[in-house]
Design a protein around this ligand. Sequence first.
Ligand code: SF4
Length: 375
Amino acid sequence: MISEENFGIYIHFPFCRKKCLYCDFYSVGERLADWPLFGRAVENEFMTRQIPSGSTVSLYLGGGTPSLAPVDLIKRFRNMIINPIGEFTIEVNPDDVTEERAKGWADAGVNRVSMGVQTLNDSELRAIGRRHTASDVFSAYSILRKYFSNISLDLIFGLPGQTISSLSDTIDRFLEMRPEHISAYSLMYEERSALTRLRDAGKIAELPEEDSVEMFRLLTSKLRAAGYERYELSNYSLPGKRSHHNSNYWKGIPYIGLGPSAHSYDGDRERRYNCADLSLYIKGFAELKGNAGVVESEFLSDEELREEMIMTRLRTCEGLDLKEFQDCFGEKERKKLEKRAVSYLKSGDLRSIDNHIILTDTGVMISDEIISDLF
Ligand code: SF4
């Protein structure tokens, strides 16, 4: 895929009305949202950052919950960027979608909406603490359709209490909506999430690994049959509708992340991490009372860069380009990598095409193991 954008901007909106039980993204309660102050902080942070002139930007508003923000703030953020903007995505929660907001987002220049659905089974939604119902999703989707021709829906499988049949039903109802893009993740029990605490206390049961594998197979086969291509481990799209912004992350294109907990990458060796602390962030960028601890950075070593290239490229359906790998790290490293890949090529978990190594469908299911073995 060739995208016109060669620079990314991500803005993290760190507010949620209610914390979902599985989530470990940084966010605080909506009652703490002082939108003018947050807006000022993001604008001030933006002024400290450089965007190469002549770049075309993909803009991604994530969170947290950007769909809680006043539409005027979204317009302000869009207008602070003078470079041309290609793909412009906002993440939304179904119960925030109204006719007025959807129109406002479209007027602000948003051309892609990513809606967090997760499942269309109401008892599964309750089990993971989502604040919407399946019926909210259908109403939101029909409003969004009037304003947007590029919609992505998020799905999570392996939920507590989920069965193959309930997942199958959710997938069928996703396909009836026919979004351009679907992101589908296996539920992760994150270290700091409430769901993990419930599991550890024996209050909910984690699905057996075999069920999650079967669910992944079902998902991939149904989506493929409906014309969706799996172009990355967890992402499926109709032809020509891959996410530009996320694809650029996997290609190592530079981006800046604004807002608390956002990350940035300069396309070479530097990674920056904003503090996951709203008050510190506001103090540093809105009240200008000092930046100690607000932003940290690190420079990647050769080894870290190599691991990063293996990890990001193998996520994609184009795989790892061995020529690019050799150009960056030399022939000796390439030969070492090829040697480590042999057993997976023999077992059929990797395949080799045109000097690229690519995860097969079976390889995707053990991708963590393969990737770390190739390091
Ligand atoms: S999943 Fe989204 S809406 Fe739910 S708590 Fe996390 S960031 Fe907020």
